[in-house]
Design a protein around this ligand. Structure first.
Ligand code: DQA
Length: 142
């Protein structure tokens, strides 16, 4: 059973990027932890990162074609800007769980709108790297 874990712009810099906000785990650390957890849940994960909006759209379509069980999506800054991602999530059958390390609702006003959240089935945010593991657990029980 396949779960896609899609990460957007600047998340490749986790570990050194604003660690006071995002923590000191790298994206590779998060990926390793999720693979471990997925095994226990009887899931397989396909974990990816891109800095490009259209690539995220293509991967959402791909997850749908492949019949993935769920998608965890940390669209990073595109969360707050991308109608293309909102439309893609609406266009596919695979449920999307929105994920954020920080809690965007407690930060700048421009992070308070989530286009992803308008179509996602659930959201886990503000728990640091643990947001991903809580989201994976939710995906397992969808
Ligand atoms: C983020 C929150 C976004 O507002 C920000 O643009 C990011 C990371 C998070 O995981 O906390 O790049 O998605």
């Amino acid at each position: 059973t396949l779960v896609y874990v899609l990460n957007g712009p600047n998340l490749n810099l986790l570990g050194t990027r604003e660690p006071e906000i995002y923590g000191s785990n790298t994206l590779a650390d998060i990926e390793a932890g999720l693979h471990e957890q997925a095994k226990g849940l009887g899931l397989a994960i396909d974990f990816r990162q891109t800095n490009h909006e259209g690539q995220l759209v293509d991967w959402l379509h791909e997850a749908n074609r492949e019949g993935a069980k769920a998608i965890l999506l940390n669209a990073a800054a595109y969360t707050h800007t991308s109608i293309a991602l909102l439309d893609a999530i609406k266009a596919i059958d695979v449920p999307v769980i929105e994920v954020h390390l920080s809690d965007p609702t407690k930060r700048e006003e421009f992070r308070h709108t989530s286009y992803v959240g308008m179509a996602a089935v659930d959201c886990v945010q503000g728990l640091g790297a643990r947001s991903y593991s809580v989201a994976l657990e939710k995906a397992g029980s969808l």
